[in-house]
Design a protein around this ligand. Structure first.
Ligand code: SF4
Length: 209
């Protein structure tokens, strides 16, 4: 995005992109729901980034006073709601289901964070990108299978030709690299946003951390 773009989202939040300045984040949260609505999403990843989120340990109790988890593999809510303030997306976009989901998430989210190296670069899921999809499936479900060798064709999402990072499909507001990002870095990013500051994760995490 260009510098100094200011946008107001449907739920009344304002983002000013002069280095990702969130204006009056706390005030706007209070005005809208009392708590910041946070979602976490698991696309093509190993769940390690979510495990790192849980490694925040007892500090999660303090966060729980300020945020409401409205959608996540960590809570039992099946439908992504609209009007989410912050969504952390783990994993690459690898299937038609992932692609459909990330558009829905982008449309329903104010600030979207690419959460972990698989989301940021496609990382491990992209290791298959040099092969044809059918060859990958044959390797996994026929050549490496002991029983019931067959490629699943029904009831499973169709793989895209290549696993892709999230920002190649939709706009991403903040990148939080790491495999997984350390829990301290996740806590730092959420804490800075809650204080109305723009997190700068450099120095807190790195690719492959
Ligand atoms: S970035 Fe690392 S920990 Fe996170 S989903 Fe990918 S492989 Fe797993």
């Amino acid at each position: 995005m260009n510098d100094n773009i200011k946008k107001t989202t449907p739920n009344g939040w304002t983002i000013e992109n002069n280095g990702w300045a969130l204006q009056d984040f706390e005030e706007q949260a209070a005005a809208s729901s009392g708590k910041v609505k946070v979602a976490t999403v698991w696309l093509d990843g190993c769940s390690g980034c979510h495990m790192s989120f849980l490694d925040i340990d007892e500090k999660i109790i303090g966060l729980a006073d300020l945020i409401e988890i409205v959608y996540s593999p960590l809570v039992d809510i099946k439908q992504f709601p609209g009007g989410v303030d912050v969504t952390l997306v783990e994993g690459a976009v690898s299937s038609d289901e992932d692609e459909e989901k990330i558009h829905e998430i982008r449309n329903g989210t104010n600030l979207l964070i690419s959460f972990g190296d698989c989301a940021v670069t496609a990382n491990v899921p992209a290791m298959r990108n040099q092969f044809k999809v059918d060859d990958v499936l044959t390797r996994a479900y026929v050549e490496n299978a002991t029983f019931n060798q067959q490629i699943p064709r029904f009831g499973v999402p169709r793989l895209l030709k290549k696993a892709r990072p999230v920002h190649e499909i939709v706009n991403v507001d903040l990148f939080l690299p790491g495999c997984p990002p350390p829990s301290d870095a996740i806590y730092y990013v959420l804490g800075e946003l809650l204080e109305g500051r723009i997190p700068d994760p450099k120095g807190k995490t790195r690719f492959g951390a």
